[in-house]
Design a protein around this ligand. Structure first.
Ligand code: ZN
Length: 179
């Protein structure tokens, strides 16, 4: 089984290939991999590099939701814990957006500590991408709506890692200051 830097490096490589050609929402149509790199890096910083499996899961967190990747494939390549973490943060894409959001809010407090950290890092990255230099009214509305949703999800994820909790609060504050 892969461990340490090899595990993280293989996860980044697979994520880059699977999300190839995808763009993220918000700021300047950045490649999707920028979001994955940001989430993985937030997790590495918050845990001071001590949890390679968590950082690997950060790279891979959207592969099951957005690309043809299965839990079994991730388990074979990266181990059960990484695969289970990705499954925990995967939305049921057969549900409409409103229901997916409700489910994220309701499920957050019951997630494992690692999944809670991925959720917070994901929301930090998604808010940052919506903070734009000269937002239109639609962009302001979208940021306002997303921040309110993210706060409800993250309310159920606080208390695992003080640094990540603080980074989320600071990101929300920054976002609100632009509205
Ligand atoms: Zn994500």
């Amino acid at each position: 089984m892969l461990t340490g830097l090899r595990l993280v490096s293989e996860a980044a490589d697979l994520a880059a290939r699977r999300h190839s050609g995808m763009q993220r929402k918000g700021r300047g149509n950045e490649p999707y991999i920028n979001h994955l790199a940001e989430v993985a890096n937030l997790l590495a910083i918050a845990t001071e590099g001590a949890d390679a499996e968590l950082v690997a899961a950060g790279w891979l967190h959207d592969t099951i939701e957005d690309t043809p990747t299965t839990q079994q494939e991730l388990a074979e390549k990266f181990g059960q814990r990484v695969a289970a973490l990705v499954v925990e943060v995967t939305d049921d894409m057969t549900l409409p957006k409103g229901q997916r959001r409700q489910r994220q809010i309701a499920d957050a407090p019951h997630k494992s500590p690692g999944a809670k950290l991925i959720k917070i890092a994901d929301k930090i990255s998604n808010i940052r991408a919506r903070i734009l230099p000269r937002p239109t009214q639609d962009e302001r509305d979208d940021l306002c709506d997303y921040v309110a949703f993210a706060e409800k999800v993250v309310a159920g994820c606080f208390g695992v890692n003080a640094m990540l909790d603080r980074t989320f609060e600071e990101t929300v504050k920054l976002a609100r200051s632009t509205l």
